[in-house]
Write a protein that binds this ligand. Structure first.
Ligand code: GTP
Ligand code: MG
Length: 448
């Protein structure tokens, strides 16, 4: 899901990489490409417009963080705006104060209502609830049979109705009574679908709403239908007042834009997404995670937060000055390595890093944390004088340092060579210090 959008946005960010600074020009260029990517992903044009405006304003107001490269800054902003668009926090189901909670499942024909009713029943029962299902689709005999089969499959109760109950209202009322009598706390009401929105259906749903005072009216939308799903969500909301949406078939090759727009157009949150035909294939909708997935960049935000937390901005600036003035000592080198270690296990940082997500061979990427420990040990075995001036470290001193740190002279030589190289290279860089440091350690695709 979201694969296309994700690919396109990644290309945008790749193009931004290598630019030293965030300027109005490269920002505009990036925004243009983001616009095309969103439109191609089937996001409503009004939503796109507003989205880009939000990104632009944030980008202009953003304080430049030395610790982040321009790419990362744009990613951060786009991510934050995506989350805003999708809903700032996860929307949980609402339950009635007095059980049973009534949940109406509505939507167009074939959108996945009946399947989702089963999935939701299972999800509820796994989360401490006692659901009861009922189908009020009185138009298609097979529809009620379908839910009965599902109920048997997942071994959860269904109210199947009595022969004399012929209307949706009668069936739903009896189901509620049954729930009270048997101590079920949630009733999931699977309603009939229509090819198009029509008066009869809307009237029927309005009556059910009147009768049941449901805590939730969940609009089930097929993600594959893109903008049509958004349009019907809008109409259902105007006529009925939905309280949330469930996007199904997100496992297919839907362009994903619908998800971004439903929430914006109706003002109602996405609560779940269906990601398969299996009854386990239902996930609560987490805006932040989905935004990350859309960006295809792992959990960028947590990574950026970590960097922001662990890097003392002043310290970073001081380091940068030292680099530029060629005052970057072995001691600084060690402190920076230690700081890098403070970020946590490198593999986990790696998996959060932009551009690493889609690498197929991520499993083969090994970051040697022991290497850092060794380097720190070597530097610790030096005298303060040596740390301040690596030029004085001759053969005798190297042997002593190797002994002191439990390493070999070769390893000490190697470190000194690396340090000299790092010094030379880093001096030529300007901008995001931490980004360069990570780049030095040969972590793929990070920043500049
Ligand atoms: N791949 C995939 N298929 C799904 C998902 N949700 C539903 N389906 C399939 O979509 C088809 C229609 O699902 P139903 O649950 O019968 O749809 P409905 O809205 O109840 O249809 P009507 O009652 O006719 O209006 C079935 O083949 C389901 O297996 C999903 O998340 N992923
Ligand atoms: Mg159905």
């Amino acid at each position: 899901m979201f694969e296309n959008l994700s690919d396109k946005l990644q290309r945008v960010f790749k193009n931004l990489r290598g630019e030293g600074k965030l300027t109005p020009e490269n920002m505009e260029a990036a925004l243009r490409e983001i616009r095309v990517a969103l439109l191609e992903a089937d996001v409503h044009f009004k939503v796109v417009k507003q989205f880009l405006e939000g990104v632009r304003q944030k980008a202009m107001g953003e304080e430049v963080l030395t610790a982040l490269s321009p790419t990362q800054q744009v990613v951060k902003i786009v991510q934050e705006e995506l989350v805003k668009l999708l809903g700032s926090h996860q929307s949980r189901l609402r339950f009635a104060n007095e059980p049973p909670t009534m949940i109406l499942i509505v939507g167009l024909q074939g959108s996945g209502k009946t399947t989702t009713t089963g999935k939701l029943a299972r999800w509820l029962s796994r989360n401490g609830h006692l659901p009861l299902m009922v189908s009020v689709d009185v138009y298609r005999p097979a529809a009620r049979a379908q839910l009965a089969v599902i109920a048997r499959d997942i071994r959860l109760p269904i109210y199947e109705g009595a022969p004399e109950e012929k209307t949706p209202a009668e069936l739903a009322k009896s189901a509620r009574r049954e729930a009270i009598q048997t101590g079920r706390d949630v009733v999931l009401v699977d309603t009939a679908g229509r090819l198009h929105i029509d008066e009869q259906l809307m009237t029927e749903l309005q009556e059910l709403k009147q009768l049941l005072s449901p805590s939730e009216i969940l609009f089930v939308a097929d993600a594959m239908t893109g903008q049509d799903a958004v349009k019907s969500a809008d109409e259902f909301h105007k006529r009925l007042g939905i309280t949330g949406a469930i996007l199904t078939k997100m496992d297919g090759d839907a362009r994903g834009g619908g998800a971004l727009s439903i929430r914006h157009v109706t003002g109602q949150p996405l609560k779940f997404v269906g990601v398969g035909e299996n009854f386990d294939a239902l996930e609560p909708f987490h805006p932040d995670r989905v935004a990350s997935r859309i960006l295809g960049m792992g959990d960028v935000l947590s990574f950026i937060e970590k960097v922001e937390e662990s890097i003392d901005q002043k310290n970073a600036e001081e380091m940068q000055r030292k680099l530029i003035d060629n005052e970057f000592t072995l001691e600084d080198f060690r402190d920076q390595l230690k700081q890098l270690k403070k970020l946590g296990p490198l593999d986990s940082i790696l998996s959060m890093m932009p551009g690493v997500g889609p690498l197929k061979d991520l499993k083969n990427v090994k970051v040697d944390e022991k290497e850092i420990v060794r380097v720190v040990a070597i530097i610790d075995s030096m005298t303060p004088k040596e740390r301040a001036n690596h030029m004085i470290i001759n053969g005798t001193r190297r042997r002593r340092i190797a002994r002191g740190s439990g390493t070999t002279v070769q390893e000490v030589n190697q470190l000194l060579k690396q340090y000299a190289q790092a010094r030379k290279m880093m001096k030529t860089f300007s901008g995001g210090f931490m980004g360069k440091r990570l780049g030095k350690l040969k972590l793929p695709a990070f920043g500049g």
